[in-house]
Write a protein that binds this ligand. Structure first.
Ligand code: PSU
Ligand code: MN
Length: 317
């Protein structure tokens, strides 16, 4: 007898369903950066270019979002456009928001925590975003630590490509919190933890790889061992788009003061700070943000293809 608690169906786009049927490599793309991270129309262009970058690498992009109470993996272009246009009016759904948002038929951008959870549940293993959330600078008082970190610690066998964590955060504390949770961090052609739109935080990493195949080989071992949690594969924003550390620090300080004056806390804080920094850098933070998101999608596509090859030819042992 079928129960009312049978697990919830995922709605796949036609293309993603077909790719899945043929066991092609898939990449989950996060969607809060579309709804709450970037303004229209840059968000739409970035989302489309990211999908294109995954395709160019030979993999299939599956942008993850909630549409009118349904879990969607892979969006039709018109749905992607709607998410981008309606942006801030939509829900910013972290993993804990999923059940209420679905029960109430809502449309939402999914954060890293929700995206990784939904992708993992659907059997995807590679995902991409811009920069993860982490430990906020006032966390010792506010307790504001992004749930991204806990979800990454739970998403067994996932690999998330990102440019480290956002520069608005306390990055040394964020790296410590990542270490405490046992999340593996690997630099892609870098030996330092990137700081989102700033190339380097200056914080050293223990591990680095030079090629997508090396990243895939590491993920294979992670699977073979049955290691819990996700691997973070981090790469720097391109040099010609990067913001200098000193300039970003000034912008972050100003943004933090503005947020405090406005009494902002919790969910709207990160979008508020990103927007304030955009103004302080005269839009250059947006150009950097876009560049790193697209580059991370491209790398995720390459790693997905390499992982697919490693796991289907058995050449990994
Ligand atoms: N990367 C970006 N822009 C973003 C985000 C990532 O380039 O807006 C989003 C992700 O969805 C991430 C979220 O999960 O920011 C973190 O939000 P918070 O600090 O509220 O946990
Ligand atoms: Mn938070």
């Amino acid at each position: 007898m079928s129960s009312h608690l049978d697990s919830l169906a995922t709605v796949w786009s036609n293309e993603v369903a077909a790719a899945r049927g043929r066991a092609r490599p898939l990449v989950a793309l996060e969607s809060t950066l579309i709804t709450h991270g970037l303004p229209w129309p840059l968000n739409f262009e970035t989302a489309r270019n990211s999908e294109q970058a995954v395709r160019a690498a030979g993999a299939m992009p599956a942008t993850v979002a909630l549409l009118e109470g349904k879990v969607c993996l892979g969006l039709e272009p018109s749905d992607l456009e709607r998410l981008a246009r309606d942006g801030n009016d939509l829900v910013k759904a972290s993993r804990r928001d999923l059940a209420p948002a679905l029960a109430q038929g809502r449309t939402a951008g999914t954060t890293v925590s929700a995206t990784v959870f939904l992708a993992h549940r659907a059997g995807l293993r590679i995902a991409a975003t811009g920069g993860i959330g982490g430990v906020h600078r006032d966390a010792s008082e506010s307790f504001d630590i992004s749930t991204d970190l806990d979800e990454l610690a739970r998403a067994d066998g996932m690999l998330l490509v990102c440019s480290g964590a956002k520069s608005i955060l306390d990055l040394p504390a964020t790296l410590e919190a990542i270490e405490t949770r046992g999340i593996t961090v690997v630099g892609y052609r870098t030996s330092h933890f990137p700081a989102f739109t700033v190339q380097s935080s200056g914080l050293p990493l223990d591990w680095r790889v030079e090629t997508p195949a090396e990243a895939a080989a590491l993920l294979v071992k992670h699977h073979q061992l049955g290691c819990p949690g996700a691997i973070l594969l981090v790469q720097e924003v391109a040099a010609d788009q990067a913001i200098e550390l000193a300039e970003m620090e000034t912008a972050v300080q100003t943004a933090l003061r503005a947020a405090e004056a406005a009494g902002l806390k919790g969910k709207p804080l990160t979008p508020f700070l990103l927007n304030d920094i955009k103004e302080a850098t005269e839009g250059r933070s947006l150009i950097a943000n876009r560049a790193l998101i697209e580059a991370n999608a491209a790398l995720a596509g390459q790693v997905a293809v390499a992982f697919h090859q490693a796991t289907t030819t058995g050449s990994s042992r």
